[in-house]
Design a binder for this molecule. Structure first.
Ligand code: FAD
Length: 419
């Protein structure tokens, strides 16, 4: 990637990919970086603030995870991640059992979700660092896992070796990245990008090149332009709207989640559980099941998320609608296997859109030189964007600085494979 003169970089999107990239770029380019975010409420209002927060060596794609996990460890050490964004190692297991704790809630109810989709987090598990012994299913729970019912457990198996799974609070991590970037001079602008400006490159290598980003000021409605030599498209599920000419294969999957505050005195030990809950038969005698992911968090909070659905993507992150039925379902399912969660107070009910790659594979990372020089795509992180943000940020910074990605071979993720 040729750059005549010092680059001027605009990042579109203040999710975890945009904010982490802003921080990594700021260490090299400082105030030559601008981050543009559409939400009136600041960064991390979408998936990046509402995700579970798992960071795993067994995530995918491997070439990106290998860089990202190491970068997460380094960031946490350098910036006090454990107190600042809840960085810690966590146990992770697969739990199978039956719904059995009843009350007025009907654990069989499936809520208002039209078509359910798995978030597919466990696809990367081949061996995950787990020994054969550890993989064998056990009916007994680990001694310190007391917040899910032992008597309703059919099996429990660890999914990864100790030290292979960690977690962060995704909102705090993302906001911290922006704060650190700001301290290095990055400018934060609130506004919805409406187009990526492309013109003729009159430099040494003729062709098309990005020249800037046009955006709408959310308060005045005025159209404004920021000039740029490099534009990083990190707008998550909204990314295709900014590249109408390229048919970017990014689809949007809505997913719901809730957070719970257990009663005082209840200790939530550090486990993330991928559950498979058999629900009671329906009136027409169909057996159904539910698979919420349940995350213990460092502040004793519990996060749980359900399946995805294909509700249409709204204009901005601020317009995302919550289907209360989908949140009720998650609550009923987790309450049906844990008295501790049944008695907990619901703090947050939320929904967001996950950016998935409709052709499979991804994320998409690299310069889309066939569209325009200086146009860098960083999106489609599916269910592993929290984990893979630092590797993405490092790769993009190398691309802008050296014209090539040096930390890993990310050829499989190059935009030319997707558009
Ligand atoms: C329920 C659930 C659980 C998850 N759990 C995990 C997990 O445990 N671990 C993990 O690694 N990943 C997890 N993920 C995945 C992770 O949340 C995503 O991969 C990641 O947040 C994607 O980040 P992003 O920055 O690409 O997108 P987003 O977070 O969606 O951010 C995109 C940003 O771009 C902004 N934007 C959009 N259009 C414009 C525009 N025109 N102009 C300016 N700004 C714009 C949006 O407002 C938004 O802030 C989970 C996802 C879900 C849904």
């Amino acid at each position: 990637m040729s750059t005549s003169g010092a680059p001027k970089i605009v990042i579109i999107g203040g999710g975890i990919i945009g904010c982490t990239t802003a921080y990594y770029l700021s260490r090299r380019f400082g105030s030559r970086v601008t981050l543009l975010e559409a939400s009136k409420h600041g960064v991390a209002q979408g998936a990046s603030g509402k995700a579970g927060g798992l960071v795993a060596k067994w995530a995918y794609p491997k070439e990106l995870v290998n860089v990202s996990f190491h970068e997460h460890v380094a960031l946490a050490e350098e910036h006090g991640g454990s107190s600042r964004w809840g960085w810690r190692y966590v146990n992770c297991g697969s739990w199978e059992g039956r719904a059995g704790i009843s009350g007025d809630a009907d654990p069989g109810a499936s809520g208002g979700v039209s078509r359910k989709k798995s978030l597919e987090k466990t696809l990367g598990l081949t061996d995950g660092g787990v020994t054969k012994n550890a993989r064998r299913k056990k009916t007994r729970l680990p001694d310190d896992l007391r917040w899910i019912s032992e008597s309703l457990t059919d099996s429990y198996s660890p999914m990864a070796a100790t030290g292979h799974t960690a977690q962060v609070y995704p909102y705090e991590f993302t906001a911290s990245m922006l704060e650190l970037a700001g301290a290095n001079g990055v400018e934060f602008v609130t506004g919805q990008a409406t187009s990526i400006e492309i013109g003729d490159d009159t430099g040494d290598e003729p062709g098309r090149r990005v020249t800037g980003v046009e955006y709408r000021d959310p308060y005045t409605g005025a159209a404004k332009t920021i000039l740029a030599s490099h534009v990083i498209l990190a707008a998550g599920a909204w990314s295709p709207t900014l590249l109408p000419q390229a048919d970017l294969p990014i689809a949007a999957t809505r997913a719901h989640s809730i957070t719970l505050q257990p009663r005082s005195g209840v200790i939530i030990s550090p486990y993330v559980l991928f559950t498979e809950i058999k629900l009671p038969p329906t009136p027409d005698d169909r057996l159904t099941d539910a698979s919420p992911e349940i995350y213990a968090r460092p502040n004793n909070e519990v996060y749980a998320c359900g399946p995805g659905d294909d509700s249409p993507l709204p204009d901005t992150v601020d317009d995302v609608q919550i289907d209360e039925g989908a949140c009720d379902s998650i609550l009923k399912h987790v309450s049906s296997v844990s008295l501790e969660l049944r008695q907990a107070k619901v703090d947050r009910r939320q929904a967001c859109f996950l950016p998935t790659v409709s052709k499979g594979g991804g994320p998409i990372i690299g310069e889309a030189g066939n569209v325009a020089k200086g146009l860098i795509i960083a999106t489609g992180h599916t269910c592993w964007g929290i984990c893979n943000a630092p590797g993405t940020a490092r790769a993009i910074t190398e691309l802008v600085e050296h014209g090539e990605i040096r930390c890993a071979n990310l050829r499989q993720l190059h935009p030319s494979r997707f558009i």
